[in-house]
Design a protein around this ligand. Sequence first.
Ligand code: G
Ligand code: G
Ligand code: MN
Ligand code: NA
Length: 250
Amino acid sequence: RQLEVEMLTAFVQGQFRVYYQPLISLGSNRICGFEALLRWQHPERGLISPVDFVPVAEDTGLIVQLDDWVLREACMEAAKWGDDIRIGVNVSPVQFTRGNIVNSVIGALAVSGLKPSRLEIEITESVLLEGSEQTLKMLTQLRQIGARIVMDDFGTGYSSLGYLRAFQFDKIKIDQSFVRDIAGTTGNGAIVQAIAELGRKFGIATTAEGVETQEQLQLVISEGCSEAQGWIFSQPIPASKILALLTMQS
Ligand code: G
Ligand code: G
Ligand code: MN
Ligand code: NA
C-alpha cells in the first residue's frame, strides 16, 4: 500500500531510469544489442531493482505505464545507435491482459523512428501460460509490425518446449540459472547445449544470460549459443555511457 503510493509519486516525479546492458554476438565478438532494464532512483534508498517493485506494479496495474515509458525511452535511445544494433525491452504479462502492447509498440516506433526489426520484445513463458487466443493474436500482430519476439528466462517455466511450438519466436534467452553452473556436474552444460541445438533446428537465435566468467563464456561459445550477455562484458549502464562503448568497437 505504502509502496504503491510511493511508486505513483516516483513515476510522476521522474525517479525511474532505464539502464542498458550490452549483448555480444559470439560470431563477431561485437555488441549487437542492448537490453533495457528498469531502475528506480529512490531519493533516500538509492537504486532499487525491479524485483523489488515490479510485482507490486503488476498488482496495481502501474506496470502498464512503466513498461510503456521504458519502451519509448529505449526506442528513442536506440534510434541514436548504429543500424545493426538492437534494443530488447521486457514486457510484463499484464501488458497482454490490461494493457495494449500493440498500440504501445506502434506509438514507440512512430515517435522514435526506430526500424521495427531493431526492436526485440522480451516476454516470459508466463505470458503464454496465462495466454489466450488474444495473447497469440497480439504476438502475431507485433511480428507483423516487424518487431522481434524473444522468449526470456527460457527453461524456467512449466512447459517451455510446448511454447516453441505455439509461437514462432525470433530468439530464446537461456536463463542465467543454467549458465551459472554450466561448468559444474549438475547437467547445466548439457541443458545449454540442448537449447542451443534446439535453436539451430528451429532457426531461432539463442542468448546465454548471466555470463560472468571466462570459463562460462568459453563454454557457451562451444555449446553453440549465438549471443551472450553478462557482467563479463558489462553491467547494465546508464544511457550516457553507451556511445563511448559503441565508439570503442567501431
Ligand atoms: O535488471 P534486473 O536483473 O534487476 O531485473 C530484474 C527483473 O526485472 C528481470 O526479471 C527483468 O526482466 C525485470 N525487468 C527489468 N526491467 C523491466 C521492465 O522495464 N519491465 C518489466 N516488466 N520487467 C523488467
Ligand atoms: O529476467 P531478465 O533476463 O530480463 O533479467 C536480466 C537480469 O539479469 C537483470 O536483472 C540483470 O541486471 C541481471 N544480470 C545481467 N547480467 C548478469 C550477470 O552476469 N550476473 C548476474 N548475477 N545477473 C546479471
Ligand atoms: Mn529480459
Ligand atoms: Na532472462
